[in-house]
Design a protein around this ligand. Structure first.
Ligand SMILES: *Cc1c(COP(=O)(O)O)cnc(C)c1O
Length: 389
């Protein structure tokens, strides 16, 4: 009988649904979700190839590692059995991190990218009406995830010189926000908190506030900047989490793996409770563990990226472009004109960059440090475009 039925598809499947009915019956998402801004993800290389008609695309929009991964990572990947579930506790990786950082394993949480841990903290600690403090311009998820959890996000603008506004942040911290998210070095600005600035923020943080220091670019800072985890380790009576990632310096962006170190095991447990049981897949766990065993590779590539960021900064400044000093693998440039238009023209040349979309910063372009050849190509094309317009 079922066979006959299947031979005659029902009418609505052929004609498609009645749209007016769908609109009327549409499920409404929570208002917080309907109001969420979209994450501004970089254009993929395949789109850039299509638009530019060029095969050799310079992907400089997503702060990826232009040197790929350590050979130790490539070797580790061949040993994975995809038919088995991953270790839900990520024990091997967390033990390796525990050894490296000198922090108890019970305070370490691994995430499907460190961005998942931003979501986990928001789900674990925020409810409707809570206030979250961050800066602007900001990493989109420091705003999107708290909003999704129903919180109100207060953003303290960077100063005119594009430094952290410590005075204004201190004032806001005195009001006891539930969470403060600060990326240092900052994405998208690139500047990092000096030790004295970090100390001032920590001094201003009161009980009842969770201080989240997002150190996604930690491995790329110059030696005169502080190791935020070490600074926080010496603070007692403060609730904090340091977030780090394998996406940037270690080159594992596509595998999605990051980690958070918390001031106490209770915070790590709360984060873990909000995550899916197998949140970090087996490939990512093996790759990250192998990456930690070859720190020399990471040191070498980050040294090269840091040298190239100095070269590109100087070159762009000679062209008359305002370049914010960077402690990351990208530069934040004030073009003095609409950055989206310039980014579009660069895309035609096969160069992907990220025009900043946040209010007051739409003249800014964020460009990742690529290989010397890609950086050169970017500077050359930008110079031509700025001369033309
Ligand atoms: C890239 C980035 C992350 C996210 O990294 P994943 O581990 O890839 O999720 C988090 N925070 C900041 C500030 C970043 O720039």
């Amino acid at each position: 009988m079922g066979v006959h039925r299947n031979e005659q598809p029902e009418r609505h499947l052929v004609e498609g649904p009645d749209m007016s009915l769908i609109e009327e019956n549409a499920l409404k998402s929570r208002p917080e979700v309907a109001a969420l801004p979209a994450y501004n993800a970089g254009i993929t290389a395949s789109v850039a190839r299509r638009v530019s008609g060029r095969q050799d695309v310079a992907a400089l929009a997503s702060n990826e590692n232009p040197y790929g991964v350590s050979p130790a990572v490539t070797a580790a990947l061949s040993g994975i059995d995809p038919s088995r579930y991953s270790d839900s506790a990520a024990s091997t990786l967390r033990h390796a991190l525990s050894d490296k950082l000198g922090v108890g394993i019970e305070r370490i949480t691994c995430g499907n990218g460190s961005e998942e841990l931003i979501a986990a903290l928001s789900r674990a600690y925020l409810q409707k009406g809570d206030v979250v403090l961050t800066v602007s311009p900001s990493f989109g998820l420091h705003e999107i995830e708290p909003m999704a959890a129903g919180a109100r996000v207060v953003k303290v603008p960077m100063t005119d010189k594009l430094e952290f506004n410590i005075d204004a942040l201190e004032e806001q911290l005195a009001r006891r926000p539930k969470i403060v998210f600060i990326s240092s070095p900052s994405n998208p600005v690139g500047v990092a908190l000096a030790l004295a600035e970090l100390e001032r923020l920590l001094d201003a943080t009161l009980p009842g506030t969770l201080f989240v220091l997002d150190e996604a670019y930690f491995e790329l800072i110059d030696s005169d900047y502080p190791d935020g985890l070490r600074v926080l380790q010496n603070r007692t009576g403060l609730s904090w989490v340091v977030l780090r990632t394998f996406s940037k310096a270690y080159g594992l962006a596509g595998l999605r793996v990051g980690y958070g170190v918390a001031s106490d095991a209770g915070i790590a447990r709360a984060m873990r409770s909000t995550l899916t049981p197998f949140n970090v897949n087996s490939v990512a766990q093996a790759a990250a563990t192998a990456a930690l065993q070859d720190e020399e590779w990471m040191q070498n590539v980050t040294a090269r990226i840091k040298a190239d960021r100095v070269i590109l900064t100087e070159r762009l400044r000679k062209m008359g472009v305002r370049v914010v000093p960077s402690q990351t693998n990208f530069l934040f440039l004030d073009l003095g004109k609409d950055a989206a238009t310039v980014a579009k023209a660069l895309l035609q040349k096969g160069i992907i960059v990220k025009p900043w979309m946040e209010a007051n910063y739409t003249n800014f372009l964020r460009v990742s440090i690529g290989t010397a050849k890609d950086n050169d190509r970017f500077a050359q094309e930008l110079e031509l475009l700025l001369a033309l317009t």
